[in-house]
Design a protein around this ligand. Structure first.
Ligand code: SF4
Ligand SMILES: [Zn+2]
Length: 271
């Protein structure tokens, strides 16, 4: 099957080792579910990690789907409950940040920064070698184009099927095994395999700029999206050099890896 072949090729390209412990970031959506399903199918050593964002009924459905998947795959699941750990639901935390920073910060941008921060810290505690996420060809094409259109291609510096910050003791390497796989193919595969997936959209997914870019990438063929990301791979080293001088430091407030003195999470939260 083409999707499985592409998945395997990506794992070969990034030289993923079957002995390494990999934490799969599971949202309940099709992409992370297929990522875990295929990593397990091909014999990798995985555990699941889910952040319960406490966004009402939607979060309950996501948690149910993730629990069912991990039970079916017979893998350990770690659940981080944002309400218990951070004192409020994602909606509450996000509104508080938007109130103090103005409306400029988009829902998904805030949520994304918080989830990455939690995931890196928790993955380190769990002593895993890598974190796998479900980002697919469409997500990556959109992000790459958005960064180019913003005039900041260097923001894509650490992207790729594997992050380039390898070797930092506090930064857990992230992998994206679906990096070269079209979203429609993933949806079709998840349905064919009857995987436990929440197909409804997140009620907070309001990023108008990404929606505009998505409308554009939806009009592209699979081949055209693949070509954009082939160009990304060719440019990747040069983009990386644009950033390499900056290096990776540690946040003065929380100690997590950061490009600036204060990481994006602490800058938002203003502790
Ligand atoms: S769609 Fe946006 S708001 Fe919803 S979980 Fe994903 S990043 Fe968070
Ligand atoms: Zn910080």
């Amino acid at each position: 099957m083409e999707l499985e072949q592409k998945f395997k090729q990506t794992l070969e390209k990034i030289k993923l080792n079957k002995k390494e412990k990999i934490l799969v970031a599971l949202s309940g959506g099709k992409d992370s579910t297929v990522t875990a399903y295929l990593l397990k199918k091909f014999g990798y050593n995985i555990e699941g990690f889910h952040i319960n964002l406490s966004m009402g009924d939607y979060s309950k459905k996501c948690l149910d789907a993730v629990e069912k998947l991990c039970s079916d795959l017979k893998i350990k699941l770690h659940v981080y409950n944002i309400k218990d750990e951070m004192g409020g639901s994602m909606c509450y935390i996000r509104t508080a940040i938007q109130t103090s920073h103005g409306k400029g910060l988009k829902n998904c941008a805030i949520c994304g920064v918080i989830k990455k921060w939690i995931m890196n810290r928790e993955a380190r505690k769990l002593k895993v070698e890598k974190i796998a996420t479900g980002h697919n060809l469409d997500d990556e094409t959109q992000t790459f184009l958005m960064n180019i259109l913003k005039g900041s291609p260097q923001l894509s510096a650490n992207s790729g099927a594997i992050t380039k910050n390898k070797g930092d003791k506090k930064f857990i390497t992230r992998i994206k095994p679906l990096f070269y796989i079209d979203e429609n193919d993933i949806r079709g595969y998840a349905k064919k395999k009857k995987l436990p997936v929440v197909y409804e959209k997140c009620p907070c997914a309001l990023d108008s700029y990404r929606i505009q870019i998505r409308q554009f990438t939806n009009s592209l063929t699979k081949k055209e999206k693949e070509n954009i990301m082939k160009n990304f791979d060719r440019l990747s080293e040069r983009i990386q050099k644009l950033k390499s001088e900056e290096g990776l430091n540690y946040c003065e407030k929380c100690g997590e890896p950061s490009r600036n003195k204060i990481c994006r999470m602490c800058a938002m939260i203003k502790k």
